[in-house]
Structure formats: C-alpha cells, structure tokens
Design a protein around this ligand. Structure first.
Ligand code: UTP
Length: 299
C-alpha cells in the first residue's frame, strides 16, 4: 500500500427518504445487510485500503451509528460470563475496526455540504470519501486502485460505473476523454442527475472519491445546485478545469459488483447475493432460492 492517505470520510447524514418508514428513527446506513449494518462493510473497505482514521458525518438519529462503533460493555460482559467467545468477537468487531470519529452536519444541505464538514479533521491532506449506503464487493477492490491512481497522477479521482442510459438520471453523469489506460478516463464535465437525452455519457459517478484538500475551498463557494443542495458534483466540475493547478479530475472505471443499499430493490439484491455467497448460509439458501424461483414459472 503506497498511498500516504490515511483518512476516510463517510457521509451518513442524509434523510434516507426512499427507505421510509424503516429510516424514520434509524439512519439508512444502519440497515442490516445479512447480519452487519451496511456502514460496517464500508468501514471495513476503508480499513482494507489502509485508511483507519474514519470520520463519519452524521445527522439526526446519530446515536445508532455512534453506538455501533463504540464498545458495548454490558453486552460484552454478559457474553464473557456465558463464555460465548464467538458472539463476543462479533460484538467487538466494529469497535476494534478503526479509529472512528463523528461530526454533525446539522441540516442535510447536500453531499457537498456534508463533505465540507470534514475540513477541520482532514486538514491539508488528500482523503477518501465513501458513501455509507454504497457497497463495493470486497472481492472487487476499487478504493486501492483509486488511491494508486491519485498517487500516480496527483489528481482528484472519482469512481465511474457504466449504467443503462435509462437510469443515468439517478446519478451524476461524466463527460470523459480517454487516457493511456483503458480503465482510467479524464473528466471534462459533470452533470448531476441529467435526463437521459442530455446526459453527456452513461458513465455514472458512484460513491467512492479520492479528493485533494483544495476541494474544501471550492465547496466553500459552491452555490446550492440541483434540488437546492450543495452538490459535490458541482465542486468536482470546477476542479475538473484544473483550478489552481490541482491536477484535474480522473475517473477509474469500475467493472465489479456494487450494491446501492439506499435503494429498496438494490438492497434486496445485495442481501440475497451476499447471503448466497456466505459459507454459513449459502448451502441452505441456494437450493431454497432455486425452488422458490422455479415456483414463478408454475404461476
Ligand atoms: P442520497 O441522496 O443517496 O441520500 O445521498 P438521501 O438524501 O439520504 O437519500 P433519499 O433519496 O432521501 O433516500 C448520498 C449520500 O450522501 C449522504 C447520504 O447519507 C448518503 O450516504 N448525505 C446526503 C449527507 O450526508 N448529507 C446530505 O445533506 C445529503
């Protein structure tokens, strides 16, 4: 791991309205994916890429998140007394994982506004941003590749996924230019949630970023954009013009497995796929699934 970047920022202060009423009293990042909250997978991904200083941007219902990454002394004691070491280590996994810090966003004024809340903690180093409801399969490492690309080019890096043109309106879309590397493109333009007929491409920006610290200065003067929110996409658009020699913005094209756990259908798919691949569940789940699906044809 060559990168000198050590800090990861995880914005988790959105309202999660697509998942109501489950998210009425709980952040969507705490929804369980099999038996772990989605955000624990994201922290594990950051740690696997060498980033063990994690700052979470939290909003309302912050306690569930803070408690999950804290010790649970009473529960740990009870399991210890029972001699249940396996369950004890499950409880301790999340608090031992990383050095986790929290900062409040206050009003959810957009992803750009959430990232700006990390300024004091991050200082003047580059850092990674991982969206807490976007899961990248641990078998398809993306962040390490992005950190390497940042080190090589000295530039801001975003992750891109080629999506069906019919769903580009759900993402930030990038206008791109080829580079010498087939998996890396230079970003020449970005549009937040464009209609399919005006989208510059079907390259969608997904929830992983490696940002240079100059992004904070840009975000400070970024006006509210789409949906009245301060958009990270708008700040990145400005940086793509290589403002103040910040190296521009490049995209790493991701071809692996990714699940958007903030979306109901994708969430269900994530639970099924990850459970089917698990050693403790797959052997029972897969034949049941096959039978269940066969029932669709029988009507
Ligand atoms: P989303 O747009 O997916 O989150 O933001 P949302 O607004 O919570 O979702 P819905 O549409 O109402 O269901 C992408 C990421 O940015 C964070 C969210 O928590 C999510 O991880 N975010 C968004 C913030 O931290 N603060 C904000 O003001 C907005």
């Amino acid at each position: 791991m060559s990168s000198r970047i050590t800090k990861a920022v995880i914005p988790a202060a959105g309202l999660g309205t697509r998942f109501l009423p489950a998210t009425k009293a709980m952040p969507k990042e705490m929804l369980p994916v099999v038996d772990k909250p989605a955000i624990q997978y994201v922290v594990e991904e950051a740690v696997a890429a060498g980033l063990d200083d994690v700052l979470m941007i939290i909003g309302r219902n912050k306690n569930a998140l803070a408690n999950h990454f804290d010790r649970a002394t009473e529960l740990e004691h009870t399991l210890e007394v029972k001699g249940d070491g396996a369950k004890l280590s499950k409880v301790q996994e999340s608090s031992d994982l990383a050095d986790v810090h929290f900062v409040r966003q206050g009003d959810p004024k957009g992803l750009g506004h959430a990232v700006l809340r990390a300024k004091k903690h991050v200082g003047d180093q580059s850092f990674a941003v991982l969206l807490g409801d976007d899961l990248i399969d641990a078998r398809d490492p993306l962040l390490t590749r992005m950190l390497d690309e940042h080190d090589k080019r000295g530039a801001t890096i975003v992750a891109l996924l080629e999506v069906d043109p019919a769903s580009i309106h759900l993402y930030g879309a990038a206008a791109v230019e080829a580079t010498d590397d087939p998996d890396v493109v230079r970003i020449t333009g970005l549009v937040e949630k464009p209609a399919a007929d005006v989208a510059p491409s079907n390259f969608a920006v997904i929830g992983r970023y490696v940002l240079r610290p100059e992004v904070f200065g840009v975000l400070e003067h970024t006006a509210p954009g789409k949906g009245g929110e301060i958009q990270l996409t708008d700040a990145l658009m400005e940086m793509a013009d290589d403002v103040e020699g910040t190296g521009g913005v490049y995209g790493v094209v991701f071809r692996g497995r990714r699940y958007d756990t903030g979306d109901k259908l994708d969430y269900i798919k994530a639970v099924i796929q990850l459970a089917a691949d698990r050693e403790d569940l797959g052997a029972d789940l897969k034949p049941w699934l096959t039978e269940y699906v066969a029932g669709f044809d029988r009507g």
